[in-house]
Design a protein around this ligand. Structure first.
Ligand code: FES
Length: 318
């Protein structure tokens, strides 16, 4: 079976970015180079309580000595962001999976239009570092309620000053939300568009890019969403170690069915981005709906938060 290596990272520096968001500089506790990554990648942290949480890397991918992540404290969330923010004290060593990228830049793009909403700015910041260094053509739209809530404000304002970014501040008034079709524009040859942010922004982005070739549209969200697809079939799962059979009806995720049957599967993003819910399978053909696993990993694992099966049954190596 493929192993799932983990890396140790020490919190070397903390910077407050907004009243709710802090950025953390992470280094190897032994002074080693860190695994390479590309803009758009994230880290999946294993928190002390057993929870896992995904945070996009928001530093410069060219810097092999450190990672940066930013955490927004969600007072009304499930507690993961509060635990992460409280755990990441200076000097503390934390565990994470190596970087994964479900939101990469389009390699052959001639121009990039990047749209960020709220804390969704984090992967966009790494993209800016990369695109700026490689002298690529790009423009960034940053949507937020107010200037004080814009993380990485100095960098965005510096980009705006040289004509590569615009800030859209709506004062939390739905009537002043940015006009996504105008930001995205017509599907010009060679242009790729990207969005990361809350569900409302991503919905508007999806509508604005309906006429675009979908291989030039790139999205990352942080909110769990239903992965039900038209044509889904019920599925019968067998647990290899016990022989137990679990029925997974249409509209229920494999994850939910496994949890209901007493299998505690670690999750983080619950939308196929982080890979933390990967489970080995022995029989059947998964319908992989994640953006997290490599082709090699897909031969042995599936992500149970979002994937189903192309066969009526699956045997899981649990
Ligand atoms: S929980 Fe992130 S891929 Fe399943």
């Amino acid at each position: 079976m493929l192993s799932r290596p983990e890396i140790l990272l020490q919190v070397a520096e903390i910077k407050a970015l907004t009243p709710r968001v802090a950025a953390y500089r992470l280094v190897s506790p032994h002074g080693e180079r860190l695994p390479a990554w590309n803009a758009g990648a994230h880290l999946n942290f294993r928190l002390p309580s057993g929870r896992t949480r995904c945070y996009s890397l928001c530093g410069d991918p060219a810097n092999k000595a450190e990672y940066w992540v930013a955490v927004q404290r969600e007072e009304n969330g499930e507690g993961g962001s509060l635990e992460a923010a409280d755990t990441f004290a200076r000097g503390v060593v934390v565990r994470a999976d190596p970087p994964r990228n479900g939101f990469p830049l389009g390699g052959e793009a001639r121009h990039h239009v990047l749209i960020a909403g709220g804390i969704g700015i984090t992967p966009i910041i790494a993209m800016i570092h990369h695109l700026r260094r490689t002298r690529a053509s790009y423009f960034v739209h940053v949507c937020a309620r107010s200037l004080k809530e814009v993380a990485f404000r100095d960098l965005i304002q510096a980009e705006a000053a040289v004509g590569r970014a615009a800030l859209h501040l709506d004062g939390n008034d739905p009537a002043r939300r940015p006009d996504l079709p105008a930001l995205v524009g017509a599907p010009a040859e060679g242009t790729h568009v990207y969005a990361c942010g809350p569900a409302s922004l991503l919905k508007a982005f999806a509508r604005a890019t309906e006429s675009w070739p979908q291989e030039r549209v790139h999205v990352e969200s942080f909110a769990p969403e239903s992965r039900q697809t038209e044509g889904d079939q019920p599925l019968d799962v067998t647990i290899a170690s016990t022989g137990k059979a679990i029925h997974v009806p249409v509209g229920t995720t494999l994850l939910a069915a496994l949890k209901a049957a007493g299998h505690d599967i670690a999750t983080s993003c619950r939308q196929g981005i982080c890979g933390s819910c990967m489970v080995p399978y022995l029989d059947g053909e998964p319908d992989h709906r994640d953006q997290a696993l490599s082709d090699d990993e897909r031969r042995e694992f599936l992500t149970v938060c979002c994937s189903r099966a192309l066969t009526p049954s699956l045997t899981l190596d649990l």
